[in-house]
Design a protein around this ligand. Structure first.
Ligand code: GAP
Length: 582
């Protein structure tokens, strides 16, 4: 079975069994929007809970929940209004719009077309005589344009206050920094997380829920002191990782580097300790939720590929259908966002860094003689004072001679130093205001969900019959246990329903099923990835015990009803193995 066939079968299963399907299909549907059905919503919720537990609770970070629509100035400052663009090319025949860089990457050996300037992309389309992926018409000579990916809206009636659906949850955290730093008692480092929807008007949404127009991100903004110490990486030093750094990507025979987080940091393959730390945490976490580590790697962004705010970025990538897809990005955003929002809002986006000991510093100041400047410069005297103050702060040697030269609207003026009141004084300061740097692990929940399903998809044969099952981790499976009465018998049904109530009271996700033969009921649960099934039979009425069946091995064990909740809870937590029970 080819990998493409796996994806096709998975998409069909997802629709039939309620994982996900195209939204609004009764009205024809529209590309890039999906509804998660009962199984999908549950799996997604479990993945989000697991992420929250690991990246927010265990890391001691704060979680917030910000609005998805934000006013225009936010995106003017963040740079999304100007630069959050993809390259668009329209087909002259069918009118379909395509991402020009994807057209190039899919049909040539250019791997990083996204980072090329538009004229170069136009030239490649012409040189290779590339065609429309929808109808096959030639695209040579068609203009390639920038297309902003944000969904625009108006806040309130009229168009006086434009707003945008946030293209990343991150901005909801950055704009609240002045308040968040107070909750963190003005102490770096601290982290803020958010799980929520993001919106991008993708030119060509494709490959099921991998590229959609509305999706969920789980983001962590780690605010750090640029001169501060990195995190303690000892807990992740031995985590094995497969890395694909820039240097290897640029070699013809470049290879994946198999190493550990500790070694990669020591060798300088990963430059920033915070990024290294979170790559290690993420690698371990991904494994616990069911990402196959033989189909997983971290790839460093090539320079032309990085977002406008990032100075370095590593993607977590999973293999699907023989292709690597980005499921998370770990970016070094520097002070880009906080500085831009400080500039745009006029608010303070800094943290006061207290020195261990107060420091004595020299400060150069001016105290100009206005009885001289007033008559000399008239209405420009104030501007002269400002220029002198700037000069004293930036270049005190300018005051070494008998006159100081300042520039005022392109004209140079010489002012006798004796009229500037220049002096250098000592001052004791307790600390300084610094703009924190941001390290951002940013996870896509939908792509993770797809990866988890794809990596869990299995086909085998049971009792001579073909079977499809999802080997989902018990921690994230939508339903943990299916309970069945063996036959349509009132006594069996009553006992099965009692068991359901008891297991639900113990906090387990349980489904009750009494339709069809027992084999079909097992198949149904296997197909949605339910790890265990419990069957109540006539013996159960006598011995107060039930048959528990494990999904992957189909092995069975007889368990007393009185121990059932405790046993299943221990299996769920990985404290016991099914083999012990058999
Ligand atoms: N705040 C940083 C940021 O948004 P990104 O790499 O653009 O970075 C982060 O997005 C993650 O969001 C990606 O790794 C991916 O998993 C997910 N993502 C981005 N665009 C997506 C789309 N159109 N459909 C589904 N998931 C998407």
């Amino acid at each position: 079975m080819s990998e493409e066939a796996t994806s096709r079968k998975l998409t069909e299963l997802a629709k039939r069994r309620g994982y996900f399907f195209q939204s609004s299909s009764v009205y024809g549907g529209v590309g890039g929007f999906y509804t998660f059905g009962p199984q999908g919503a549950s799996l997604k919720g479990h993945l989000e809970d697991a992420w929250r537990e690991r990246f927010s609770v265990q890391e001691g970070n704060m979680e917030i929940d910000a609005p998805t629509i934000m006013p225009e100035p936010v995106f003017e400052s963040s740079g999304h209004l100007d630069t959050f663009d993809d390259m668009l090319v329209d087909c002259p025949e069918c009118g379909e719009s395509h991402r020009a860089d994807h057209v190039v990457e899919d049909a040539t050996d250019h791997e990083d077309a996204e980072g090329l300037p538009i004229p170069e992309v136009e030239a490649i389309i012409a040189e290779y005589e590339l065609v429309c992926p929808s109808c096959g018409a030639g695209l040579a000579g068609q203009a390639v344009d920038d297309f902003n990916l944000m969904f625009a809206t108006n806040i309130g009636p009229g168009d006086a206050q434009p707003g945008y659906m946030r293209p990343e949850t991150a901005q909801g955290i950055f704009v609240e920094f002045p308040r968040l730093k107070a909750y963190a008692r003005n102490t770096l480092p601290f982290g803020v997380t958010q799980i929520g929807r993001a919106y991008r008007n993708e030119i060509s949404p494709r490959r099921s829920i991998i590229r959609t127009r509305e999706f969920t991100q789980a983001e962590l903004e780690q605010f750090v002191d640029p001169a501060g110490e990195g995190p303690d990486c000892s807990s992740v030093a031995d985590v094995p990782v497969r890395l694909y750094p820039i240097a290897e990507q640029q070699e013809d025979d470049g290879e994946i580097v198999e190493t550990t987080i500790g070694a990669a940091l020591e060798d300088g393959v990963i430059a920033d300790p915070w990024i290294a730390y979170y790559l290690g945490v993420a690698r371990e976490w991904y494994e616990t939720v069911g990402v196959d580590m033989d189909r997983f790697r971290f790839r460093q962004h090539l320079p032309g590929e990085r977002s406008h705010y990032a100075s370095d970025c590593w993607d977590a990538e999973s293999e699907i259908d023989g292709h690597w897809i980005e499921i998370a990005g770990f970016a070094h955003r520097g002070d880009y966002d906080l500085s831009k929002h400080a500039e745009g809002s006029g608010e303070r986006f800094t943290v006061f860094r207290q020195y261990d000991e107060p420091q004595i510093v020299e400060r150069a100041t001016v105290d100009p003689d206005m009885s001289y400047l007033g008559p000399e410069f008239g209405g420009d005297a104030g501007a002269v004072v400002g220029a002198l103050e700037d000069l004293a702060a930036t270049d005190r040697s300018a005051f070494d001679g008998e006159v100081v030269e300042i520039d005022l609207e392109g004209e140079t003026h010489a002012i006798p130093v004796e009229h500037t009141g220049f002096s250098v004084d000592e001052e004791t300061i307790a600390g300084e205001h610094v703009t924190p740097h941001v390290i951002e692990p940013s996870f896509g929940v939908d792509r993770l969900l797809y990866t988890v399903l794809h990596h869990a998809y299995r086909e085998d044969e049971v009792d001579g019959e073909a079977r499809t099952y999802l080997a989902l981790e018990p921690e994230v499976a939508p339903t943990f246990v299916g309970v069945f009465p063996l036959q349509g018998d009132a006594a069996l049904e009553a006992q099965a329903r009692d068991i359901v109530a008891g297991l639900r009271a113990a906090g387990l996700a349980v489904t009750y099923d009494d339709s069809g033969n027992i084999g079909r009921r097992y198949r149904r649960q296997d197909e949605v990835g339910t790890p265990f099934c419990v069957t109540v039979d006539y013996e159960s009425l006598e011995d107060e015990a039930v048959t528990v069946r494990e999904r992957d091995s189909t092995a069975q064990a007889r368990i007393p009803i009185a121990d059932l909740a405790e046993t299943l809870t221990a299996l769920r937590a990985g404290e016991r193995s099914f083999a012990e029970l058999e």
